[in-house]
Design a protein around this ligand. Structure first.
Ligand SMILES: Cc1cc2nc3c(=O)[nH]c(=O)nc-3n(C[C@H](O)[C@H](O)[C@H](O)COP(=O)(O)OP(=O)(O)OC[C@H]3O[C@@H](n4cnc5c(N)ncnc54)[C@H](O)[C@@H]3O)c2cc1C
Length: 299
């Protein structure tokens, strides 16, 4: 199908992008990043923006900046660039590991971290990774800049804490400590490659016990969310305890009544609950095996 007619605008700075979002009065204005979610919805008639503001020429929105303790991934950075960044794998592998799991090489060459996060597709891979990473999302709007903790960012299906007129500019990913480890594992849909269930885990440890845990899932619910009962169960657990991952994973659906489970032609809610427990255990086992093992996720 062809998309409905629209006006195309190319901008060269973040300020121009923000101005564009408010200067068309009542007309519906939408940002274009990699286009791999937006264009299919336009072609199928699900989305009919009247003005498209293309971010492709905003140079400041590209690239990965490594700093002490934190790495900034700018919004237009493609998954392929994140997946190839060896330094980021060493600093915190959960984001590059999730990026490497996305679809195929064509999608990874075009899709951007900003578009992925801003879209809040329940089946996307990066939202759980940025939650587990305890990342900070940077936004720029008519009232200036603000920082949003990832924990407060994903609100519902295709709905985030970004306000109307705001541009997502970057994501800050904290580095892991030397006794910490992380992993992302996924059960992909056989037809689309999207996550039926994806689980991201970051474990902070003192080398013997788990001192803090962040575990988050996408695919299972209407939006990515932290698995808080699992996190609570993990803290204080011994790394030498072979049953720690299995016992914690049994808590995945402990407060499931507060979740909206996905239930569609790809997988029932019941099957997703089952996958969630299995993949949470795998994510935790993988993460625990990486603590102190010196094994990098991309080796
Ligand atoms: C065949 C196929 C398979 C796929 N498989 C997967 C998969 O396995 N895992 C996965 O995670 N994804 C998958 N995707 C989706 C893909 O990752 C998209 O690239 C991603 O969802 C959106 O990123 P984008 O850069 O393409 O954004 P766009 O499609 O350009 O934009 C998406 C939405 O985000 C908004 N937006 C974009 N950038 C910003 C910004 N900086 N600030 C504010 N709003 C912004 C846009 O206005 C739009 O509403 C797949 C897509 C296709 C076509």
């Amino acid at each position: 199908m062809y998309p409905a007619p629209f006006e195309y605008v190319s901008v060269e700075s973040t300020a121009e992008a923000v101005d564009s979002l408010s200067e068309y009065g009542d007309r519906e204005v939408t940002l274009l990043a990699g286009g791999h979610s937006l264009l299919p919805t336009m072609k199928s008639g699900l989305s009919t923006p009247e003005v498209i503001v293309d971010l492709a020429s905003v140079e400041s929105l590209y690239g990965i900046d490594h700093d002490d303790g934190v790495t900034r991934i700018n919004a237009m950075t493609e998954y392929a660039a994140i997946e190839r960044d060896e330094t980021l794998w060493n600093e915190n592998p959960v984001v590059p590991e999730a990026a490497a799991e996305i679809a195929d090489v064509q999608v990874r060459n075009m899709g951007t971290i900003g578009g992925n996060i801003a879209h809040s597709d329940p089946a996307a891979d990066l939202p759980a990774a940025v939650l587990a990473a305890d990342a900070t999302i940077h936004a720029l709007g008519p009232d200036g800049r603000r920082e949003i903790p990832a924990a407060n960012f994903f609100e519902a299906m295709f709905t985030t804490a970004l306000a109307d007129g705001e541009l997502l500019t970057a994501i800050d990913v904290p580095h892991l400590g030397e006794n910490d480890a992380a992993a992302y594992v996924k059960k992909a849909s056989a037809s689309s490659g999207y996550a039926l269930v994806g689980v991201a885990a970051v474990l902070e440890t003192d080398g013997e016990e788990i001192t803090d845990a962040r575990v988050a899932a996408n695919g299972a619910f209407d939006h990515a969310m932290a698995l808080e009962p699992v996190e609570t169960e993990l803290v204080g657990g011994s790394l030498d305890d072979d049953g720690v991952a299995e016992r914690a994973a049994a808590f995945v659906t402990d407060d499931v009544e507060s979740y909206v489970l996905m239930d569609d032609e790809q997988a029932s809610g019941e099957f997703r609950e089952h996958l969630l427990e299995v993949y949470t255990e795998r994510a935790l086992e993988t993460t625990i095996a990486r603590v102190d093992g010196g094994s990098s996720a991309n080796e």
